[in-house]
Ligand binder design. Structure first.
Ligand code: UT7
Length: 336
């Protein structure tokens, strides 16, 4: 017998406002044809003015707690992955903790963008394996829509992103065999030499002239900037490598895996990874068509969808991989 972590509940949330490609074409110089052909995205959800990432996180966390049948008072650690925090500081996990009404447990923000959920799951897994904590909430929550450039200048980035949140409850479990539900492994990586290939420059303390200035605002430094091609090429390479890591560490093959969850940045990226690894299309669970790229929320939101529509069943061997800004990437293999 060994102590491992397992996912016991999953939840998700998206705001009710649906923004189609046609809606975006009314705001900027883009088209449904371009977006669908280049990315696979048909629509995304956008937050309302009073929404916050911690508010979305609360919705997803409550749903995950209900699914796991765990009381919020029994959670030992709160992890929130987000690139769109409520405020510059303190962390969104602290705002969430106040909203949940559970004080004194540690509340930690994870700043690994699209890979944030994999980093969070890995951190939770290490704490559970060492016996320090027994129940951990891992949440990815994002509101991109309030921070995107909705003019022609921002069209390459703005059409890609959507708002939403996803959450899992992870609990300690005694496992006897690989058939038992558990997290087998997580692999984390980063390459900071690609940091400015997808980034948001301002506000930032590295600026000699201050956190945010009129010059920054005039240049649009408060909006994300991306070298789309560099991100695309690296995403295909690194998510493929991540799946290799996960399979090799556990001595299993592509054929042994029942379902793959890849980060959802571009349908073409995921098709290229599947082709490279010879994964049958039916084993890859894609949600980008209706949610766009929800960054750290993507994988748990996808898991929640897959549970609800019956695709994700107990006992399945599941591989996940993500790649994003940083560059950061990672993977994990779990028995659901
Ligand atoms: O989680 C990580 C987050 N990001 C990603 O993973 C994104 C990775 N990159 C991509 O998915 C792709 O690079 C994009 C979808 C962003 C772009 O697709 P692409 O096939 O690489 O297009 P491109 O950047 O080479 O641009 C082709 C053309 C350009 O026009 P010209 O120079 O050929 O006249 C762009 O100006 O498409 C134009 N374009 C657009 N046209 C209509 C760029 N964005 C848009 C747009 N609508 N939204």
């Amino acid at each position: 017998m060994a102590v491992r972590s397992r996912i016991t509940g999953v939840g998700g949330f998206v705001p009710s406002r649906v923004v189609t490609n046609h809606d975006l074409a009314a705001m900027m110089d883009t088209s449904d044809e371009w977006i669908v052909e280049r990315t696979g995205i048909q629509q995304r959800h956008w937050a309302g003015p009073d929404d916050s990432p911690s508010g979305f996180a609360l919705e997803a966390a409550n749903a995950a707690l209900t699914a796991a049948n765990v009381a919020k008072e029994d959670i030992d650690l709160l992890l929130v992955a987000t690139l769109s925090p409520d405020h510059f500081f303190p962390g969104t996990a602290c705002f969430l903790q106040a909203k949940m009404g559970i004080s004194e447990i540690p509340a930690l923000d994870i700043r690994q963008q699209c890979t944030g959920f994999i980093y969070g799951t890995s951190i939770a897994d290490q704490f559970i394996r060492t016996g320090m904590y027994e129940k951990v909430l891992v949440i990815g929550s994002e509101i991109h829509s309030k921070g995107l450039d909705k003019t022609d200048a921002g069209r390459d980035v703005t059409v890609l992103f959507g708002d939403g949140a996803g959450a899992i409850v992870m609990e300690a479990t005694d496992v006897e065999s690989t058939d038992d539900s558990q997290v087998f492994s997580t692999h984390l990586h980063a390459d900071g030499s690609g940091a400015d290939a997808l980034w948001l420059s301002s506000p930032g303390m590295a600026h000699p002239d201050g956190l945010v200035t009129h010059a920054h605002l005039d240049r649009g430094d408060q909006y994300p900037k991306m070298n789309g091609r560099a991100v695309y090429v690296n995403a295909v390479k690194r998510m493929s490598e991540g799946i290799h890591d996960a399979l090799a560490a556990n001595e299993v093959t592509i054929d042994d895996v029942d379902l793959f969850f890849f980060h959802q940045a571009n349908l073409r990226i995921n098709e290229a990874v599947a082709q490279r690894l010879q994964i049958p299309a039916g084993k890859v669970y894609n949600t980008i068509q209706k949610f766009g790229n929800t960054t750290a929320a993507t994988i748990p939101l996808g898991m929640k969808e897959a549970v609800e529509d019956g695709t994700l069943q107990p006992g399945m061997l599941v591989a996940c991989a993500a790649f994003g800004s940083g560059f950061t990437w990672g993977s994990m293999l779990i028995r659901w």
